[in-house]
Design a protein around this ligand. Structure first.
Ligand code: PMP
Length: 419
């Protein structure tokens, strides 16, 4: 599969090799790298992508959830153009940031107040800093396989270069094991930082009992519960937290909410967020040249207007239906392969066992996953090398059907390898 891929993509390869002269790995996003070399994407439109060699793909990656609106959505393009027409580096408070903040807070009820950043990574860094100051404690409980940003990664097999915190690392969905960690460290915990579904870690949903335990135990020991909804906030009109009935102390957001511009945000309980009020003598600092940049503020406002509760529910329903049909194909073929996730977020795993934590997600057959990835590219389906797929708004029923056809033919053609 790698040989066929190499032969089919000479121009992507040439670009990659040239880029390596000035960027280690030929890029600045580790997540995009795969052997033998990544594709160079030249252009996008709606839910389609074209690479440097002219191949066309259905985009089932959607920029790891940030591309929810599809490429060059007219309403967002208009908002960006409006911003450009009025100057984008205004050196001051501006006309849109408070409107955008109000839209974000209205959408996610646990956000009584919010502050913007440029990325989900920064949002999590600031949420943890807030928790440390608010509690006067130093430890942070996170979970194996979690991804909270480029300097906050608990992925397996990755050398951590995490920002310094006294990390306590638990096992996702392990209620008893995590309770033992609370028993041992509860008094010193500033926060528990958790994704309500491991996203990058393999689209592994949290079980309700696990999250309810985290809510109850953080309350009891005086630590903050920080829900990282950078990926999952798209899954229900008020975020996954509203669906689950879990009210965190702080929430972090990112990805699609900026309409495709650089975006991150953290918010939550008023009394915590008020620590950033500069009128206080003990105010926490939070600057950032681009935090209120009008491109993001304008695009984000347009984005949230597009995302009505009905649109959010429809997209989730389309994803659920797709996952069900994909899993039915796997079951009917009797192969050890399954698709996990919630709503419009899914990941393929080559295992017959249930996937409940980071270790389960990492234990699947890596060669088959690679084969699946290259086979899907050949069939015109673009997805993440790690097997993650997302639905964006323009990925409708016809595109979902095309994905199902591609997976069905993979199952048929590769049957002997899969069994
Ligand atoms: N948290 C989660 C759950 C994420 O999936 C990501 C990005 N994949 C981040 C945080 C970091 O966001 P960013 O890439 O914008 O820094």
């Amino acid at each position: 599969a790698r040989k066929a891929y190499t032969d089919a993509n000479p121009l992507s390869r040439a670009r990659y090799e040239a880029a390596c002269a000035v960027m280690p790995g030929g890029n600045t996003r580790t997540v995009l790298f795969f052997e033998p070399f990544p594709l160079c994407i030249a252009r996008g439109e709606g839910c389609r992508l074209w690479d440097a060699d002219g191949h066309e793909y259905l985009d089932f990656l959607g920029e790891f959830t940030a591309g929810l609106f599809g490429h060059s959505h007219p309403a967002i393009a208009r908002a960006v153009k409006d911003a450009l027409d009025n100057g984008i580096l205004l050196s001051g408070h501006n006309m849109v940031e408070a409107r955008f903040a109000a839209a974000v807070c209205a959408r996610f009820p646990s956000l009584e107040a919010v502050r913007f950043t440029n990325s989900g990574t920064e949002a999590n860094v600031l949420a943890l800093a807030t928790a440390k100051v608010a509690t006067g404690r130093s430890k942070v409980l996170v979970f194996d396989g979690a991804y909270h940003g480029s300097v906050l990664s608990f992925a397996r097999g990755v050398l951590p270069i995490n920002v310094p915190h006294a990390w306590v690392v638990g096992t996702y969905n392990d209620v008893a094991g995590t309770e033992a960690l609370f028993d041992a460290h509860g008094d010193e915990l500033a926060a528990v930082l958790v994704e309500p579904m491991l996203g990058s870690g393999g689209c592994v949903p949290a079980e309700r009992a696990f999250l309810e335990m985290l809510r109850a135990r953080t309350q009891r020991c005086g630590a903050l519960l920080v829900l990282d909804e950078v990926m999952t906030s798209r899954l229900a009109p008020g975020g996954l937290q509203s669906e689950l009935g879990i009210r965190p102390d702080l929430t972090t957001l990112g990805k699609y909410i900026g309409g495709g511009m650089s975006f991150g945000a953290f918010g939550g309980r008023r009394e915590l967020m008020d620590r950033y009020d500069p009128r206080r003598t003990d105010a926490l600092p939070h600057a950032g040249t681009f935090n209120n940049n009008v491109l993001t503020m304008n695009a984000g406002l347009a984005a949230l207007e597009l995302l009505t509760p009905e649109t959010v529910r429809e997209l989730s329903a389309r994803g659920d239906a797709l996952r069900t049909r994909l899993n039915r194909l796997c079951t009917e073929a009797s192969v050890p392969m399954l698709f996990t996730g919630l709503g419009s977020l899914l990941t393929v795993h080559f295992t017959a066992r249930p996937v409940r934590c980071g270790a389960d997600a990492a234990s699947g057959n890596a060669e088959l996953k690679e084969l699946f990835f290259f086979d899907m590219l050949t069939r015109g389906i673009y997805l993440a090398r790690r097997g993650m797929m997302t639905l964006s708004l323009p990925n409708g029923n016809a595109e979902c059907d095309a994905l199902l056809v591609a997976v069905a033919s993979f199952l048929e053609e590769r049957r002997s390898l899969l069994l």
